[in-house]
Design a protein around this ligand. Structure first.
Ligand code: GRG
Length: 315
């Protein structure tokens, strides 16, 4: 994969961490020429190398850099977060889940390949991500790396992204057009919606920021600030996503944005309306900016501009 070289070319300065020797990867695993069957490689790269915004790796690199760890050292770990994100999108689009034919304006993975290949491409990306994160050990403090790995693993499992996806399926229904499984409830509360998104999309965004800070050896108080920042941008990211969905479908239908909220699946605008959703997204952006108040320099500036970008983004 595209980031493979960085992972394998990293210098062998692991001698600084003799305690980590027992968990070094074998020579075979480190061999960049490891054979990957072309079809799965193509399917993995199809989704990974599309025109995604790469928000999660960028956040991880910036949070690490804010606390003094160079981007070069974090690059494979940060890149792995994009592999995880790509896996989640491929699986989300499958006929058994959201059943989407398009992703980023192109056929979704199972449409471009086939369902079995798409499932395996997702699995392959997820596994490769953990390889990339752990193969990065030469460049990083191994104890911090294990902490960061635990942070990411928890964020994407049943108590994070997978759990959020399950709640989403319960709340909105799932399955292909001919065999739709209906929502288990017709009423979702604001708190339930918030929890669902905090897990489904918020958890990985938060883990991207927090893992970067952990890898850089940030202090507890700094980690707390990064948690506040990342939870706030995660929420504003989701609200903005809902608003963008409504704006783009109203353009397609030629109706004013928000005129059709009752027919939408449960979203922030369908529960609290467009105006309150916009206000909430702004309020969360303010919260994110406040959390970074004490930090100076270009990384802090960049993270502040990311919070603002997430609010005003157009895709
Ligand atoms: C299948 C376990 C599993 C989880 C899927 C993240 C997710 C959970 C589903 C994605 C569904 C979705 C479109 C959610 C809205 C918010 C979101 C994650 C949008 C896509 O993220 P961007 O905007 O995507 O960062 P790009 O295309 O820029 O990479």
């Amino acid at each position: 994969l595209v980031f493979e070289t960085q992972a394998h070319n990293s210098s062998n300065n692991h001698e600084r961490y003799p305690q980590a020797k027992s968990i070094f990867l074998t020579k075979e695993l480190q061999n960049p020429k490891t054979f990957i069957p072309p079809r799965i490689k193509e399917a993995m790269e199809y989704s990974l190398l599309g025109n995604g915004k790469k928000i999660r790796p960028i956040l991880c690199l910036s949070c690490a850099s804010l606390f003094g760890l160079s981007s070069e050292k974090v690059l494979p770990f940060a890149a792995a977060l994009e592999l995880i994100h790509s896996y989640s999108l491929i699986h989300d689009d499958l006929p058994a889940m959201d059943d989407d034919d398009l992703r980023r304006g192109k056929p979704s993975n199972h449409k471009a390949f086939d369902e079995a290949t798409a499932i395996l491409a997702g699995d392959g990306l997820l596994s490769e991500a953990f390889f990339l994160m752990s193969a990065n050990i030469q460049e990083l403090n191994p104890v911090l790396l294990l902490n960061a790995l635990a942070c990411v693993a928890q964020a994407i499992g049943a108590s994070g992204m997978v759990g959020g996806q399950v709640l989403d399926m319960q709340y909105t229904g799932y399955g292909n057009k001919n065999n739709k499984i209906k929502a288990q409830t017709d009423k979702v509360s604001f708190e339930e919606l918030k929890q669902m998104h905090a897990l489904k999309t918020g958890a990985l965004i938060k883990a991207a920021c927090v893992s970067g800070a952990i890898l850089a050896g940030a202090k507890d108080n700094d980690i707390k600030n990064i948690i506040t920042y990342s939870e706030a941008i995660g929420l504003s990211f989701q609200i903005t996503d809902d608003l963008l969905d409504i704006k783009s479908s109203s353009e397609v239908l030629g109706k004013p944005a928000g005129s059709d909220l009752k027919n939408q699946k449960v979203t922030y605008p369908s529960l609290i309306g467009m105006e309150k959703s916009e206000a909430l997204a702004k309020q969360e952006t303010e919260k994110a900016l406040n959390a970074l108040q004490e930090y100076k320099g270009q990384d802090a500036e960049f993270l502040r501009s990311m919070a603002e970008y997430i609010l005003v983004r157009i895709n």
